[in-house]
Write a protein that binds this ligand. Structure first.
Ligand SMILES: Cc1ncc(COP(=O)(O)O)c(C=O)c1O
Length: 405
């Protein structure tokens, strides 16, 4: 890639942690602030805060006091740290297939496997709410946990995600909406379970001031490398090398912990007005939906009676070659994309006992391409992305016509 193209490379993810975030975090450190944010107006409930989404899921599962090895229904098309949290809690994942249209958990497959399950994790993938009424009905007396790592402020039939199940958790890690560094919130509808979760989380380690200081600086540096102009020059090449060398999602355990006051301060500063940022991202999604002509791929859509926060914009291709060709074309146009969960089936087979009964999820992992629509992008970036997808689509279909002749 030429130098100018590298400088302009649009990152696949949005690490929104600049000077304002760094100063906010350092101020919280020096004033020993980090009062719990008032989330009542956003969630109508007070959460239990933890270090990360994976810690929250682990804490909820432990607090359910299930027998060792009990089966947790979880979509295969899901971030493998979720499988990791299930195993760390002494339980085993039972993989559920997904719908190919909205990438969410398949209620039909859940119904088939329901008898085996002690608990169900429903993931609102890419911010698009799953069919919670159907899931809760099929689960019957089995507890359902909503994974809202990607769905903050998404709405399902008039209700915010996170308030539709036994318990739920959100993630505020950089790259997710809010991007506080790390941090997570648990919501629980059952008072007894809520008490057990609170007690369990209270036993976790707190952050030292030094650790919070180092974490804030380190997050700032990583976020800088994740933004233009440094992304194409440094962040992207390093990321590609690390991707090849490291298996970042291997089945190693993770550290649990309480939330840092630096992370709480940023969540507090951002959460109340976050709807405005989501509105910009929704506008970007609708710009693409209006401008992009589906061809070898289909466009995402918003579920009936739902409001998607459009955390991610997923194109679904007819096959892997077409997806990879589009990713290559967009990269040449200065747009980085993500082949999200490309290796999830292999990883689940190797580390988590997956036995190959989720064909739709496997297909999604090989045909989904996420294109950036972050709220930090400008209108002309989104126009460039739309134009490039349409051009890429033409290039791919011309090539296919030639090779068919
Ligand atoms: C769907 C999903 N669930 C859970 C997590 C875990 O959240 P965290 O990274 O805060 O541990 C993530 C993100 O990593 C995720 O994308």
């Amino acid at each position: 890639m030429k130098l100018g193209d590298r400088i302009r490379l649009i990152p696949r993810n949005n690490w929104d942690y600049g000077f304002e975030a760094l100063f906010g975090a350092l101020a919280a450190l020096s004033s020993n602030a980090g009062q719990a944010p008032n989330t009542e107006n956003v969630f109508q409930q007070t959460p239990v805060w933890t270090k990360s989404g994976r810690t929250s899921l682990y804490a909820i599962l432990k607090s359910l006091e299930l027998p060792v090895g009990a089966k947790v229904g979880v979509p295969l098309f899901c971030c493998p740290v979720v499988f990791n949290a299930i195993c760390q809690a002494g339980l085993s994942p039972r993989f559920i297939d997904s719908n190919t249209d909205d990438c969410n958990i398949s209620v039909a497959d859940l119904r088939r496997k329901r008898a085996d399950l002690a608990v169900v994790v429903a993931v609102h993938m890419f911010g698009n709410p799953c069919d919670m009424d159907a899931i809760v009905a099929v689960a019957d007396t089995t507890p359902v946990i909503e994974d809202c790592a990607q769905s903050i402020l998404s709405i399902y039939r008039g209700k915010r995600t996170g308030l539709l199940s036994t318990a739920s958790f959100f993630s505020f890690r950089c790259g997710k909406y809010i991007s506080a560094g790390e941090g997570s919130a648990i919501f629980c509808r059952e008072p007894e379970l809520q008490k057990r979760i609170e007690q369990f989380v209270n036993s976790f380690e707190s952050w030292s001031t030094l650790d919070m200081f180092v974490d804030s600086l380190f997050t700032f540096v990583k976020a800088t490398l994740y933004n233009r102009p440094w992304y194409g020059l440094i962040g992207y090449p390093i990321g590609m090398r690390l991707d090849k060398k490291l298996n970042l999602t291997a089945k190693d355990g993770f550290e649990t912990g309480k939330i840092a006051s630096t992370h709480l301060a940023l969540i507090d500063a951002r959460i109340a007005r976050f709807q405005e940022r989501i509105s910009i991202q929704r506008k970007h999604a609708h710009m693409l939906l209006n401008a992009v002509v589906p061809g070898s791929f289909s466009l995402p859509s918003e579920g009936n009676d739902c409001s998607n926060n459009w955390f991610q914009f997923a194109l679904r291709f007819q096959n892997t070659n077409q997806r990879d060709a589009m990713a290559g074309y967009l990269l040449d146009q200065g747009i980085d994309t993500s082949k999200y969960l490309d290796n999830v089936a292999d990883e689940a087979r190797l580390n988590y006992g997956y036995d190959g009964d989720c064909p739709n999820a496997e297909l999604l992992s090989k045909t989904i391409l996420l294109v950036p629509i972050h709220y930090t992008l400008r209108t002309r970036d989104i126009e460039h992305i739309a134009r490039s997808i349409n051009e890429g689509s033409e290039v791919i279909s011309n090539k296919e016509e030639v090779s068919n002749e």
